[in-house]
Design a protein around this ligand. Structure first.
Ligand code: CMP
Length: 226
């Protein structure tokens, strides 16, 4: 795929004319990372914004005693690294490649110039940040108010939104993260994840097959836990 074709598919750039996409192509550069490579670290300073061309990353924070909470998983077409660029503070989280990943990188000054010259990028960026704030609000609610089933269901619904495929009211998640990663997303233990997923399967809410998970009636499942 030509780079401008890829850029046109990235939600924050999708409204732009071809000549602007060519301009973005010229100001950015590509960088590849292998699975498990750290792309950026919480508390470091940083001056680049990244767009995922292919692969997946996890965004996480770690406590002083080494426990990890996964904030989100991002995939093709998603961006990250905008926070340190916009507020000039250090990186708010650590980003690690969970698959071999290819990124398109834009430096702060070039990105800021683009935001000034093309307000449609700023609006698309605000829309995506609003979506992330909604997801974060949902997570705060789950972590503070919900029992184990509610926490696990919230993570499954988050993954369904991010990487699920919808078909006839069912949502299929093809590559479910490892149970320890699910635990770090839900703020619970690996054992609780395992027990709760099996209990959901027993109740006929989900179907489990290796690292595939199917929500059998998405609307009903959402209605039960959100
Ligand atoms: P920055 O703080 O520059 O570096 C870490 C990046 O992780 C951050 O920018 C965002 O792009 C991303 N990030 C941090 N928190 C979240 C979140 N809750 N949801 C999605 N992405 C996030």
């Amino acid at each position: 795929m030509a780079m401008t074709e890829f850029l046109a598919y990235v939600p924050i750039f999708s409204e732009l004319p071809d000549e602007t996409l060519s301009k973005i192509e010229r100001i950015g550069s590509c960088k590849t990372f292998s699975k498990n490579d750290v792309i950026l670290m919480e508390e470091e300073s940083g001056t680049a914004l990244f767009v995922i061309m292919n692969g997946k990353v996890k965004v996480s924070r770690t406590s002083t005693d080494g426990r990890e909470v996964i904030l989100t998983i991002l995939g093709e077409g998603d961006f990250f690294g905008e926070m340190a660029i916009l507020d000039g503070l250090t990186r708010s989280a650590t980003v690690v490649a969970i698959e071999d990943t290819e990124l398109f990188m834009i430096q702060r000054n070039d990105f800021m110039t683009m935001l000034h010259e093309h307000p449609e990028i700023s609006i698309a960026l605000l829309q995506e940040l609003t979506k992330r704030l909604r997801a974060a609000d949902m997570k705060i609610k789950a972590l503070s108010l919900k029992d184990a089933e509610g926490k696990v269901a919230t993570v499954i619904l988050q993954l369904a939104d991010e990487i699920g495929k919808i078909k006839h009211g069912k949502v299929e998640i093809d590559k479910l993260p490892l149970q320890q990663d699910l635990a770090n997303m839900a703020g619970t233990s690996r054992e609780t994840i395992s027990r709760t997923l099996h209990s959901f399967a027993k109740k006929g809410l989900v179907e489990l097959d290796g690292n595939k998970l199917k929500i059998l009636d998405y609307e009903k499942f959402r209605g039960m836990f959100i």
